[in-house]
Write a protein that binds this ligand. Structure first.
Ligand SMILES: *[C@@H]1O[C@H](CO)[C@@H](O)[C@H](O)[C@H]1NC(C)=O
Ligand SMILES: *[C@@H]1O[C@H](CO)[C@@H](O)[C@H](O)[C@H]1NC(C)=O
Ligand SMILES: *[C@@H]1O[C@H](CO)[C@@H](O)[C@H](O)[C@H]1NC(C)=O
Ligand SMILES: *[C@@H]1O[C@H](CO)[C@@H](O)[C@H](O)[C@H]1NC(C)=O
Ligand SMILES: *[C@@H]1O[C@H](CO)[C@@H](O)[C@H](O)[C@H]1NC(C)=O
Ligand SMILES: *[C@@H]1O[C@H](CO)[C@@H](O)[C@H](O)[C@H]1NC(C)=O
Length: 425
């Protein structure tokens, strides 16, 4: 597209976008739901115009955004890929993207081309919500911003949070359906990983009234006493010593009582504490078994109420476009040599340096090879968005071996630096 046409096109888009946003605000005003945010907000670009909001949403978080240093961009692209795959498989959900601009950046919002990518990559309605900048930015602190999803109480059937390097492989709406219609499933879901009882990169929480305020207070309280002279307490954890009849369990069957599992001092520990010892209401998928924890035994402690095999889920009984139908591949990428169970087989988490954009695209990528590997699917979907939106990106512009702006994992030294963690801003 020639430059001037492209500009016009953008102008038209912006206008359209503002119009739709106005309509959206009007809809919100007339509905009983609360408005998503009062900070600069970009809202929706939907090919299907739906008059009502859904009561469930997917959420992503990207921090350290600075248009001058584009290492954050692949994460936005991953969100676009994720949203498109969800939509292609029939999702009806809305999408929340929490964005925090880098403290060092003069920009207060994402540039228009980033918004265009996020809002136009699928038929799903995408809401951008800006988190205030903070001079105390770090990977560690950013992980707690995930819990801001609890403030979006209009999604009272749940919000599924995914890290910005997670790629869903199917429509995950069935998790909301099960959580609202199946008596054996609790309000909150977490998934045990190989080295932690709760994966902080993929979880579903119910944003009930007051939950966000409680999380914010708890985080503030717990991180006030954690200063540089006091390390994370592996017995008390986030405020609860695990009792003798209780335990945590990883996907590989390792059990423990101390808060020593991976990222116990960070988001994973806090998530586990929140669903199990604050909400006392959680379904935990541990390998091939589903565990339900609820309140309470004779001593007032959370207890294991029931377990059942993961394959017993009735995945066809709900009204959302459920059907847990994996397209190819026949093998399960994320669970090598094992059958593809729901949930574990439903997404790929590109942890650490395994991110597709840190390597060149597969050289044999075609429609026929799109299922050869997660990277094939990722690039195939990205090129589709690229050509549909006329982004005109080439592989060489695209490839970024650079580390993400806030690094790849929470450094131990980041943990207790800075003032208490404060979400209520
Ligand atoms: C726990 O979740 C179940 C099902 O999601 C719900 O019926 C129940 O009221 C919840 N209990 C508490 C104590 O919140
Ligand atoms: C930091 O730790 C020291 C020593 O435990 C304690 O005296 C002080 O009150 C703590 N500061 C805060 C802000 O919690
Ligand atoms: C599914 O939809 C039908 C008709 O729209 C409704 O009668 C039924 O109650 C719904 N079932 C569930 C489980 O929501
Ligand atoms: C394409 O390349 C991948 C490795 O990136 C390989 O596993 C796969 O077999 C190749 N597919 C074909 C059809 O050559
Ligand atoms: C798009 O890519 C082509 C080929 O690389 C190039 O000639 C053209 O100038 C690009 N257009 C824009 C608007 O960047
Ligand atoms: C939480 O939501 C309420 C209602 O929409 C809003 O007024 C408030 O600013 C939000 N708080 C944060 C920290 O986003």
């Amino acid at each position: 597209m020639p430059g001037h046409l492209r500009c016009q096109f953008r102008g038209v888009y912006l206008l359209l976008f503002l119009l739709i946003e106005q309509q959206w605000r009007a809809i919100l005003k007339h509905s009983s739901t609360t408005e998503v945010s009062n900070t600069p907000q970009a809202t929706l670009h939907s090919k299907r115009t739906v008059a009502t909001t859904t009561r469930f949403a997917y959420a992503f978080l990207v921090a350290g955004c600075d248009p001058a240093r584009p290492a954050y961009r692949p994460f936005l692209s991953n969100i676009a890929v994720a949203t498109r795959l969800l939509a292609q498989h029939g999702s009806q959900a809305e999408v929340i993207v929490l964005v925090q601009m880098d403290f060092r950046s003069p920009y207060e919002t994402l540039p228009e081309n980033d918004l265009f990518l996020l809002l136009s990559s699928s038929s799903l309605r995408v809401h951008i919500h800006y988190i205030p900048k903070t001079p105390f930015q770090s990977y560690y602190r950013t992980q707690f911003d995930k819990f801001r999803i609890l403030n979006f109480t209009q999604y009272d059937q749940g919000i599924l949070f995914m890290d910005a390097d997670v790629m869903p492989l199917t429509n995950l709406d069935y998790l909301f359906s099960l959580s609202t219609t199946d008596d054996r499933i609790k309000d909150n879901w977490v998934v045990a990983g190989p080295i932690a009882p709760a994966n902080g990169g993929f979880f579903l929480l119910r944003p009930t009234p007051g939950a966000f305020e409680r999380v914010a207070a708890l985080l503030r309280e717990q991180t006030t006493s954690h200063n540089r002279t006091r390390l994370f307490d592996s017995i008390q954890g986030w405020g609860h010593a695990v009792g003798p009849s209780d335990y945590w369990e990883t996907r590989t069957g390792k059990r423990g009582r101390e808060w020593t599992f991976y990222a116990a001092h960070a988001d994973q520990g806090f998530l586990y504490h929140w669903v199990k010892y604050e909400q006392k209401n959680v379904t935990i998928v541990v390998g091939a078994t589903v565990q339900n924890w609820g309140c309470c035994d004779e001593h007032g402690q959370v207890q294991l109420e029931s377990t059942f095999p993961l394959r017993d889920f009735d995945l066809h009984s709900t009204n959302h476009t459920v059907s847990w139908q994996r397209k190819p591949p026949p093998t399960c990428w994320s669970v090598p040599r094992k059958e593809c169970l729901p949930i574990y087989g439903d997404f790929i988490h590109f942890g650490g340096k395994r991110k597709p954009w840190m390597k060149p695209p597969p050289s044999n990528l075609t429609r026929a090879t799109q299922w050869d590997s997660p990277n094939h699917l990722w690039y195939r979907t990205f090129w589709e968005i690229n050509s549909e939106l006329g982004l005109n990106l080439t592989a060489s512009e695209w490839l970024t071996p650079e580390d993400p702006p806030l690094g790849l994992k929470p450094g131990k030294r980041q943990a207790f630096q800075g003032p208490p963690i404060e979400l209520s801003r």
